[in-house]
Ligand binder design. Structure first.
Ligand SMILES: [Zn+2]
Length: 491
């Protein structure tokens, strides 16, 4: 059984999709006025984990993520640059899609853009006007929250202090200033404007998600996600607009991930603790290390991003890689052992149970690392046969490919890539976990160990680079050195 915490009820509930076997999922996408920061990526990676787990559990998933290309921020940005909205947002959309791929996030089935769905938004606003949930004022159209008694159910916002008739045009505002919000904003000098039968103007931010979700997923769908920031006012307003217009429940499950802080503090450009994905990769980290870190804290907990934590993610990933490399080295003949099979089954069940319990990834990863620890200890006692090793490799590879996608056997080389490829580009290599080492190379490794022991680090480094140019990657451990034969990419 799968259970998720539903923000609407405040409880963990058993999950059942409306249509058996098939899940309709909407996740609020980026406002394409800037590059996403790692806090945004945390949300997208949580959503990827959710989606991969649903797929792993046998559901078909239809996933929609909107791209907000018209709102207060994009209009401000385009205005400041003196370019059209389309021209201003295009590079951010392209960069976003490239980063999704870099982080191994499964693509959505649809990425609707707000500017491509103005008519659908207008259609909902017309219904809201007809039904009396919306009213006109100074050329704009507002949603009258007093007409919608369920307002506040998601965010638990307090409506007692609500001043009748108070309204605002800003797309984002604080809970304390709950008010009637703009569905359609009167045209302003220098702002784009559409005229689709409700008077000229442009949409507010919230209406786009109501319009695009119902277009691609139907009026009632299964799961809507976002960050906790989105609960109020964005998602509260989406519910009000959709349910008032359609007269049916909008969404069954609302899942929200918590904030990400950096070194315990709120991220802010002014504090110098603001990071995009590119900023982190430029420091020499692998995107899969970033993915692993963002993935491995439960989505409803605050995630404290530190470079120390990123180093731990790197270490965790290498641990999985070393495990796979060591398993490849097992040569002992013999039948599969029931003990190893038992370990794999326990790990599989622990991994799945963890994720089924409101995506408790900590429990899932604990099951995986416990398997690694126990199997390593059996390996040390030569109690693992080649058949066992293959079963272990296939289990770890399966959950990685289907869920974690941290690709432990892939390595990105930065510094030495020029030596290999004759270019300064970063190269992605795959560790060949099945090869033998020839004696000439073993001699070089021994020579380097000797140089290191004699503290001749210059010579040791020369040998390391020489070996690398021959496709042998060395990794120093506390009291030994590991080697990996790498498969160089085709040039
Ligand atoms: Zn949204």
């Amino acid at each position: 059984m799968i259970r998720f915490h539903n923000t609407l009820s405040g409880k963990v509930e058993a999950f059942e999709p409306i249509e058996p076997g098939s899940v309709r999922l909407y996740t609020c996408g980026p406002t394409v006025y800037d590059f996403p920061h790692i806090g945004n990526w945390r949300a997208y990676i949580f959503e990827d984990l959710l989606k991969r787990f649903l797929l792993f559990s046998g559901y078909k998933v239809t996933h929609v993520m909107n791209l907000t290309d018209v709102d207060d921020k994009t209009i401000r940005g385009a205005g400041a640059k003196g370019v059209s909205l389309e021209e201003y947002t295009r590079p951010f959309i392209e960069a976003f899609k490239k980063d999704l791929e870099t982080l191994n996030i499964l693509p959505a089935d649809h990425y609707p853009r707000a500017t491509g769905h103005i008519q659908e938004m207008v259609d909902i606003i017309k219904v809201l006007l007809e039904k009396g949930f919306a009213y006109r004022k100074d050329g704009s159209i507002y949603f009258a929250i007093a007409k919608f008694p369920a307002y506040g159910r998601l965010s638990k916002v307090n409506l007692e202090d609500l001043r009748p008739g108070s309204r605002g045009d800003a797309d984002e505002y604080e809970k304390e200033s709950v008010h009637d919000f703009a569905l359609w904003k009167a045209p302003k000098e220098g702002e784009p404007s559409w005229d689709e039968g409700i008077g000229p103007g442009r949409p507010g931010w919230h209406i786009e998600c109501s319009a695009m979700s119902s277009k691609y997923l139907g009026r009632t769908f299964d799961i809507h996600c976002g960050g906790v920031d989105n609960i109020f006012p964005h998602h509260e307003n989406e519910i009000a607009q959709s349910e008032a217009a359609n007269g049916v429940k909008f969404v069954n499950f609302w899942l929200h991930c918590h904030h990400l802080v950096v070194d315990g503090e709120k991220m802010a450009k002014s504090k110098g603790n603001f990071y995009t994905l590119e900023d982190i990769l430029a420091k020499g980290y692998d995107p899969r290390e970033v993915r692993f870190l963002l993935l491995s804290t439960h989505y409803r907990k605050m995630l404290n991003f530190t470079f120390e934590a990123l180093d731990q993610a790197r270490a965790g990933r290498s641990r999985i890689r070393d495990f796979l490399v060591d398993l490849r080295g097992v040569k002992r003949e013999g039948p599969p052992s029931p003990e190893v099979n038992g370990l794999i089954e326990a790990a599989r069940s622990g991994f799945i149970t963890g994720l089924g319990d409101d995506l408790n990834i900590s429990e899932s990863l604990a099951a995986l690392f416990s398997l690694i620890e126990k199997a390593n200890s059996l390996m040390a006692k030569s109690r693992i046969s080649q058949a066992d090793a293959l079963s272990l490799i296939s289990f770890v590879t399966e959950i990685d490919k289907k869920i974690l996608m941290i690709e432990p056997t892939s390595v990105i080389l930065r510094v030495d890539s020029a030596k290999i490829q004759g270019t300064a580009e970063n190269v992605q290599i795959k560790v060949d976990v099945s090869s033998e080492l020839d004696s000439a190379i073993q001699e070089k490794i021994d020579e380097r160990q000797k140089a290191r022991a004699e503290k001749n680090f210059k010579r040791a480094d020369e040998i390391r680079k020489e070996l690398l140019s021959q496709g042998i990657l060395l990794e120093d451990t506390k009291d030994d050195v590991r080697w990996k034969k790498i498969v160089l990419p085709r040039t």
